[in-house]
Design a protein around this ligand. Structure first.
Ligand SMILES: [Fe+2]
Length: 180
């Protein structure tokens, strides 16, 4: 299923950053699933990987091409519910999968931007990540901090993962995968 989802992503997303973003969000979600010991970790990875699949070719329809996604990749309703949940801060997120996607999505973008600045994920201290999230809003200004903070809080309320632990979880997952 992982391979199919990756081929699916590559079929519809040509932009290198968008492909990388999907992979990062999948990696982040899998790390959360692993930390929480959920049974089906693969669904976390796949949901993250493909959550923006239609953005490259149909930005004005994103992320509403659910039928095509279901028909062609055969994902279940849980994945669709999670993707619907990342439309906006007000979208319902009734499941752990949907809360995890929402928390990992924009925050992965912020960590990527920060890595570009400091050179590696491993170099990021939780305290300086916190500063980038809460204070330094001219950094990666397009990333809506209310969105990021709400999403991490929401996941924390469900799982007990506090904000700093969430930073560390994602930072370490990205360092293991991308730092060389
Ligand atoms: Fe995204």
């Amino acid at each position: 299923m992982r391979e199919q989802a990756t081929s699916y992503l590559h079929k519809y997303v040509n932009d290198d950053y968008q492909r990388h973003h999907g992979e990062m969000v999948g990696t982040a979600m899998e790390a959360v699933a692993d930390h929480l010991n959920v049974d089906d970790k693969e669904i976390y990875y796949i949901t993250g990987l493909i959550h923006d699949w239609d953005y490259d070719q149909w930005p004005e329809e994103h992320p509403h091409r659910y039928e095509q996604l279901q028909d062609e990749l055969g994902v279940n309703d849980e994945v669709i519910t999670a993707i619907k949940g990342h439309i906006s801060i007000d979208s319902p997120r009734p499941t752990l999968l949907s809360k995890t996607l929402f928390a990992c999505d924009e925050f992965s973008g912020l960590l990527y931007a920060y890595m570009k600045m400091v050179g590696s994920y491993g170099a990021m201290k939780p305290k300086s990540i916190r500063k980038k999230v809460h204070k330094d809003k001219s950094f990666a200004a397009k990333i809506d901090r209310t969105h990021v903070i709400t999403a991490i809080t929401e996941l924390g309320e469900e799982t007990g993962i506090d904000e700093e632990s969430f930073y560390i979880l994602l930072r370490d997952a990205f360092a293991a995968k991308y730092d060389s």
